[in-house]
Design a protein. Structure first.
Length: 386
């Protein structure tokens, strides 16, 4: 009973006001995502003889559920989430093992989903906040500005366990997210630049070894090769990215208008409602619309960093920093992929790409961050950033 004494939802500390700026940015991005999903999917669905609004309705259900997850996740205290962290991390490993068992669904050569009636659950998405919570618990107990190699090795091992299971699905994009979050959280926890450089060199050596040992799947190697030879294979490996660039470029400054983009209407951009949803923004809303969307994402990350700076303790700071790193990395890679600056990795755009598991994962992470914001320090003399 003593271990779970902090699991009372009626936290004794005074709750602060919600972060309305963060909430409004999230709602606006979700709404824009719904509009883009509808305009990108309606023409294709109509040609297939399906309802033009079927994907919109499904995503609207996901958004409604995600908002509920956000609200519920903000209710428990930060202490409650901290006590639950090891169990959430353990549950994520069990789910990643389950998806590789016979109950996991195989689609397009990947085994990443567990079917639940009319929807599929993707455990790798749940693993993202789980890993952040687990890492924060491990790193927060270290003395400030003193990160020993033993603890760093434990942190790497904590990330490596789910990474191996996700690699077997395979899902290289999520592994990259874990790697970036790990580096950011290690830095915030007090890891020195010298230690990070050693980790970087070791990562490069492992990457070279992976190439030499043919560990990567053929399509993953083709994506990298296609990116390095952007002028070649425009109709094969680089087709998705080339069509994406055409769509964004055709939008110009002000865009072609909702439902007016030829690339979108003729379904030239594959996976446009998921990995390439940003192309619908660029083509229909133009450069200015894309800047507004990116500005909203910047606002979300900025508010998360403010929450991290206001957290009562190192654990809260590390958790919210990890969430900010996860969202920021997703946005950077997804947009970079859409405009041809980065190779295709399959990372969706937070709050806007079609899919329930990813949207729920982001909203769970934001809800936990909001819980930490609610219980921020109000004691004079303790750190507090307005």
């Amino acid at each position: 009973m003593g271990e779970f004494a902090g699991l009372d939802l009626r936290d004794q500390r005074t709750r602060g006001r919600p972060d309305y700026v963060l909430i409004m940015a999230v709602i606006v991005l979700s709404f824009v995502g719904l509009v883009m999903i509808y305009t990108a999917s309606a023409p294709r669905l109509e040609t297939e003889g399906l309802s033009r609004s079927s994907e919109l309705v499904r995503q609207a259900i996901f958004v409604g559920g995600g908002l509920m997850v956000f609200a519920l996740a903000s209710l428990p205290s930060d202490r409650t989430w901290r006590l639950l962290s090891p169990y959430i991390y353990g549950a994520s490993l069990l789910l990643l093992l389950a998806v590789l068992s016979p109950i996991g669904a195989v689609r397009q050569g990947a085994q990443r989903w567990i079917p639940f009636g009319i929807m599929d659950f993707q455990p790798a998405e749940f693993a993202k906040p789980a890993v952040i919570l687990g890492l924060a618990l491990l790193l927060a107990s270290a003395q400030e500005n003193e990160m020993r190699w033993v603890r760093i090795a434990r942190a790497i091992g904590l990330v490596a366990a789910p990474s191996v299971l996700i690699f077997l699905q395979p899902d290289l994009g999520t592994m990259l997210v874990f790697g970036f979050v790990l580096v950011v959280m290690l830095f915030v926890a007090g890891t020195t630049i010298r230690q990070l450089l050693v980790i970087a060199v070791a990562s490069v050596v492992l990457l070279i070894a992976a190439f030499q040992l043919d560990v990567l799947e053929e399509y993953q190697l083709n994506r990298i090769a296609g990116f390095l030879n952007a002028g070649e294979q425009t109709l094969t490996v680089n087709y998705n990215q080339n069509q994406s660039q055409i769509a964004i470029g055709s939008g110009g400054l002000f865009g072609l208008g909702l439902g007016e983009g030829s690339q979108t209407n003729l379904a030239f951009v594959p996976a446009q409602t998921t990995d390439f949803i940003f192309t619908a923004v660029g083509e229909q809303l133009g450069f200015l619309g894309a800047v507004v969307v990116l500005g909203l994402f910047f606002l979300v990350v900025w508010r998360l960093l403010v929450i991290a700076a206001n957290a009562r303790d190192r654990w809260g700071t590390l958790v919210v920093t990890g969430v900010a790193a996860m969202i920021g990395f997703h946005v950077f890679v997804n947009v970079g992929m859409a405009i041809g600056l980065l190779p295709v990795t399959g990372l969706p755009l937070p709050l806007m790409s079609f899919g329930g598991s990813f949207y729920g994962s982001i909203m769970l992470s934001l809800g936990i961050s909001q819980s930490i914001w609610f219980r921020r320090s109000r004691v004079p003399g303790e750190r507090h950033l307005l």
